[in-house]
Write a protein that binds this ligand. Sequence first.
Ligand SMILES: Cc1cc2nc3c(=O)[nH]c(=O)nc-3n(C[C@H](O)[C@H](O)[C@H](O)COP(=O)(O)OP(=O)(O)OC[C@H]3O[C@@H](n4cnc5c(N)ncnc54)[C@H](O)[C@@H]3O)c2cc1C
Length: 815
Amino acid sequence: MSDRPDKVPNEAKVVIVGGGVVGCSIAYHLTKLGWKDVVLLEQNQIGGGTTWHAAGLVGRLRTTNSMTRINKYSVELYSELERETGHSIGWKRVGSIIVGRSPERMVQLERTAAMSERFGVDVQLVSPKTALEKWPLLRIDDVLGAAWLPDDGKVIPKEVAIALAKGARSRGATVFENVRVRSVLQRDGRVTGIETEHGSIAAEYVVLAGGMWTRELGLRCGVTIPLYPVEHHYVVTEPLPGAFDELPVGRDPDLCIYFRGEGDGIMLGAFQNFSKAWMVDKVPDKFSFQLLDPDWEKFAEPLKNGMHRIPALEKARFAKFVNGPESFSPDNNFIMGEAPGLRHLFVAAGFNSVGIASAGGAGKYLAEWMLEGEPTIDLWSVDIRRFSPWANNRAFLRERVTEVLGLHYQMAWPNREFETGRGMLKGPLHDRLAARGASFGVKNGWERPNWFARNGQKPVAEYAFGRQNWFDCHAREHRATREAVAVFDQTGFSKFVFKGKHVLAVLQRLCGNNVDVPLGRSVYTGLFNERGGIESDLTLIRLAVTEYLVITGSSQTVRDFDWISRNVLPEEEAVLVDITRSLSVIGVMGPSSRTLLSRVTDADLSNAAFPFWESQMIGIGLATVRAVRLTYVGELGWELQVPMDQAMMVYDTLMEAGKDLGITNAGHYAINSLRLEKGYRAWGADISPDDTPIEAGLAFAIDWSKPFLGRSALEKQKAGVKRRLVIFVLEDPEPMLWGSEPICRDGKTVGYTTSGSYGHSVGGAIAMGYVNHSEPITDDFIKTGCYEINIAGRNYGAKAFLRAPYDPQRKRILA
Ligand SMILES: Cc1cc2nc3c(=O)[nH]c(=O)nc-3n(C[C@H](O)[C@H](O)[C@H](O)COP(=O)(O)OP(=O)(O)OC[C@H]3O[C@@H](n4cnc5c(N)ncnc54)[C@H](O)[C@@H]3O)c2cc1C
């Protein structure tokens, strides 16, 4: 299979580190796209890392559109790969079945089935009897229903890796086994090659696809690749009456088990809620075609559950116990893309036990990313830039990954928060807010109050698909912001100082809006890619002629920093500094915010002296802060940027002064509902690199009189677009919307919601979502439709709005 070690070249266009299924897929796709000078280096043998012992399940449906596209492509590829390469990979389209045994699980399956239509995956809800027909050894007396996915299948993982490597070699790639890469070479922020035990290879591009070894490789070149190996278990029985190889892949998520036919026996595997991190100091280099010791004690519960679901297992003898380590990331999504800060170093690792199913698509989209210089679809959910360096702490990873493996089968509750690895980044107000009942969620490590418990209630969310236990608290915080004044801890915002002679020129080139604003003024703008897609939307505050403060979302710290800095030309003088952890942000929002702030500052806060978009340094009690007159909740308000060490003082001053004004602590759930009512989009949900400002209704923030990145693509859309972002409010005040629900226009599905909440001012669930049409969409088209939103299989009437459905000034719902 491999090329002769004495033929290792001393230069190549691309070096891929790691000959698992993922590295081989990247080599296959790079050569398919025309890059032939590709060298793949494997320290041991192809497929001998994690790939060889995988269970071979290939499912198409994932939680996000992009991940589903990745897996769908894998299925297409695997069904053709043998024909193309002449190497058998054991692809069998056996289908898969997910059984549900609780009403909540059935709601989830209904939601899954509804969402799958959007992703173009065939998911059929079937009766327990049909489930039994598909899987005759099942016990179904406690099964309420099932989802049947006819196009899923299985493969022999190691053979997939070999076939992909063979395909790559047939187009010019070279593949070397027993060549270990010691380090990545770099100069001036760009990769220059790699060093092996047999010498170095100069390379234009390096790809780290080293499975669970990749974190170490990253550490050695200063790149954050947070992953950690976890033990994953399955067993295979000896031949069992009634079992056969073509049995579908079965899943019982409530029992945390999966099963399929394996020859004449059955394979039974587990995604337990709390799993075991592999406690090694360093993953051994020579860990090839090896397993960890069987852990029957840990497997006792899955085995018991397996015997419950498949009673025939009670009499089974076991031929094999596989305890294989596999790398997991902190959020159960894999880690792909160009490393921030090190050009031409690409990563594809941390595949969370779905690397076989994902390898085909991951290889394709990573290869496209390398060729195009940017992702060809929105890959934010798997983008390496979603992790900041704090996430690479080993103790944190060891703790977090024990929770992550089980997430595959846990209920996909709306707003589910991680339980492990918490408290990583706490703002100065954390303990004060905790004492006042804050229930915290986590965003990019930051502990952020979601809502505040009252009247002795525990600040712990009870998950449900309908209203959750914080509904009333949320309502109170929402109304307090609309009617009085609320204080929001928004410290997690990412903040950069951008400074230098050419800063304005850089920003004008990247931003859709004209950012040449007077000193002290803030401006909202989008940053677009060549396709016109929204890479980010952020607020800039002009601090000086050559200096801006950049404020962007909590999760985008690394991504936006990377986007802006990589677009500074070498000859330009413009330095970006991340000051996220130096500044706290306290939002003071609501009609009484001016009254409140006037009590603690001598600054003139009148409209004339302090208009919208203005920022000024003002005193708040004894502290000096930058107050910015803007709002994400649609009310009169100021965001106060406070030095971290004075945040507690400012907060105490505000709370004391606002007692008689009904001052209320409010959380991020309130921000979400308030901003939806005001029509403000959230990046990562309502807007993404796949959505343009014209589709998203954000063209008002574009200055067409100047050139900017993405402009030519957007010019073409000016005549009209076939998808538009619309806001929906349900007519029935009872149900909840969370996002991903199908939108029906005149009885036909035309799109899906992108985010949702409950609008307490509009008196119903509220969501945004794109409406699609075969022709350019006019305002009239939106207004004349009859809309319904499908929640778990049932349609609810909805009003559609192209603009904010609520007018805070007049305190009324718009028609
Ligand atoms: C028990 C178990 C069951 C699973 N079942 C499934 C399943 O049914 N379906 C599914 O989709 N996924 C499954 N998975 C997950 C799947 O196996 C992995 O996601 C996938 O194999 C990861 O592939 P990879 O190429 O990233 O890693 P690997 O296969 O580990 O390949 C990485 C390679 O890089 C090499 N390498 C590392 N460092 C260097 C270096 N410095 N120089 C040269 N080479 C280096 C290693 O030797 C290794 O061969 C399962 C995992 C386990 C543990």
